[in-house]
Design a protein around this ligand. Sequence first.
Ligand code: BT5
Length: 281
Amino acid sequence: MSPALDKRLPGTLTPGVIKQGLKTRWLGQSAIFSFDVIESTNAEAKRLAQEGAQGGTLVVADTQTKGQGRLGRPWVSPSGSGLYLSTILRPAHSANWFPRLALTAGVAVASAIRKTGAMPQLKWPNDILIADRKVGGILTEAVFDKKRIEFAVLGIGINVNTEQDEFPLSIRNLATSLRLSLGRRVSRIHLLQSLLCQLEEWYESLNKGGFDPILESWSEFDSTLGRVVEVFLPESRVVGVAEALQSDGTLLVRDKENCLHRILAGDVVHCSTDRSSGLKG
Ligand code: BT5
């Protein structure tokens, strides 16, 4: 869909409403592009970044027709009930810094969600769960110039007031929303503003103080470590105990042969909370 065909969002998540009372210093303070309908806020943010949009630019939509997850998977984006946003970042870092961004965003999203009264957990590398169901997801993408990051796009989807029947059957038993878990509606605009504050804070902490404070906070929300996990890699599969997060954000998984696997990116399925079951045989 060309930007010209995208409709502006009437009344709700408009730039004016988002900026009113927004307490960030730079994130969302310059350009905000809000859409009623768009294919994907990440795709739009990448397009804008390629045209030179500055760091801190925010793209938000009421619904997405081609919301993207990782590896070409879809992100279901019912109209009016969720938050679908992407921010452009221009970190002055090399490519190996990039995996830290998704974990940093996870901490920010979980912190903002916790302020609503819900009890979020993080599943490595990019899932936000409540009671083992997915309430949000993070999609980080970047364009590299040689080994440096030219720009990164951080996309976040959160099921805020989504009702059960808005989820397609394929994910109905896997997904949840803040409304479903809290039993009341949550203001999307307040959650968005709070999320932008958390993102700015944690991103600055990453740039100034390094990754350790983020890993520490991530561990507070963690639902992966200590569990038996099945990790799907492009060409293989690892089953083992998720043992630790390393200082670069990679996950260490120990298999039943006692071999330690360093997982840079992959799909993790939680098999059990028991460290020994699932590794037998
Ligand atoms: C993610 O991918 O979890 C990243 C999702 C990022 C979405 C945001 S929305 C704003 C921005 N613009 C975009 O186009 N994308 C970002 P992944 O780990 O691959 O998970 C995808 C899987 O989650 C799907 O295959 C479904 O099983 C499940 N899923 C899809 N939509 C969901 C939803 N609304 N709630 C819970 N689970 C969902």
